[in-house]
Design a protein around this ligand. Structure first.
Ligand code: BGC
Length: 328
């Protein structure tokens, strides 16, 4: 009898293991057989919940759905270069069919692009380029030109001596540096505009508000601000409201997120540089697909930029289409 009990004790878990093991195996097979996707592309974002990146995701997912592509959107919760590189590496190991990611000037980024190429995984940069990395193509704003445009607009929309402070998203981000360079080159053309300081916001509204507050404390004579990433403009407005300087500084922002358009309508931000993140997302997926369709894909695909001011907005919405490079 004892012998018999031992046998039952062994057989029950054995059959359970066989049953559930088979179920798991079966489900996996079924999924693989029904898999409706032609390709699996990954979009590595700078910050998962960031509204600007959500628009890139939206455009990319729409294009992916039209072409039976599975588009995975992943990245750090808050901006983190190390985590972004680690995610990039993980996606190469996972063997996805294409990687679309914000370009980085870190040498490890170029190494990962090479690693992906050695496994036949095409890599594209979006929003920020690193042309030397050997990526297949770039889709996004011409960031230097966008900075130039901001500087020219500041010259056109102001009179008299201007002492400008710039808030950049991240000092390690190539697109922020290109925007700053373009801006500096534009204002160098005028002897009335002086750049007094540059601070970082860490791409958050709060970071931009704190940086603005500190800058106004440090330089009591600031007359203008330029914010170079999507949430900087609204952060600058908060910082100004907290410090309440005697004369309200002129503010030029970046991007056309709804909060920024509202501030422009209310007169707290004077202008912003438009980018078209949804178009970037869509285009990046379409071009990645062209690589698989054996088409030649150009190295650089600039999306539009232009200046938006109060004359373009009504009830928080853009009412006048902004032409590429259009001046107000
Ligand atoms: C930049 C992105 C950045 C975002 C942050 C945009 O203007 O193009 O690189 O991640 O701002 O909010």
């Amino acid at each position: 009898m004892k012998k018999f009990l031992w046998l039952i004790a062994f057989l029950i878990p054995f059959f359970l293991m066989l049953y559930f093991g088979k179920e798991t195996f079966y489900i996996e097979n079924e999924l693989a057989a029904d898999d409706p996707y032609n390709y699996h592309f990954v979009l590595i974002t700078e910050e998962v919940g960031n509204d600007y990146w959500r628009l890139i995701e939206k455009g990319a997912k729409e294009a992916a759905a039209e072409h039976d592509i599975y588009l995975e959107y992943i990245g750090p919760k808050v901006t983190d270069n190390e985590e972004r590189l680690a995610t990039f590496d993980r996606m190469i190991t996972a063997g996805v069919d294409g990687i679309i990611t914000k370009g980085m000037n870190d040498p490890e980024f170029a190494e990962l692009v090479r690693k992906a190429a050695s496994r036949n995984i095409p890599v594209a940069t979006i929003d920020t380029d690193n042309e030397q990395s050997g990526r297949e193509f770039y889709v996004g704003t011409d960031n230097y030109r966008a900075g130039l445009l901001a500087g020219k607009t500041l010259i056109e929309q102001t009179t008299g001596e201007q002492r400008v402070a710039v808030i950049i998203g991240l000092a390690t981000a190539q697109n922020q540096l290109e925007r700053l360079n373009g801006f500096e080159d534009a204002i160098a053309e005028s002897d009335r505009i002086e750049l007094v300081d540059v601070a970082e916001s860490n791409i958050t509204e709060l970071g931009a508000a704190q940086a603005t507050y500190q800058l106004l404390k440090k330089h009591s004579n600031i007359t203008a601000f330029f914010g170079t990433s999507a949430l900087d403009g609204i952060g600058i407005v908060q910082g100004i409201e907290e410090m309440r300087p005697r004369e309200r500084p002129y503010v030029i922002a970046f991007d056309i997120l709804p909060e920024t358009l509202t501030e422009i309508e209310q007169g707290t931000i004077q202008a912003t540089v438009a980018q078209y993140p949804e178009k970037m997302g869509r285009r990046s997926v379409e071009l990645m697909l062209e690589i698989y369709n054996k088409k030649t894909v150009d190295s650089i695909h600039f999306t539009d930029t232009g200046i938006v001011d109060a004359s373009h907005i009504h009830n928080g919405e853009l009412i006048v289409p902004v032409e590429e490079g259009e001046q107000p």
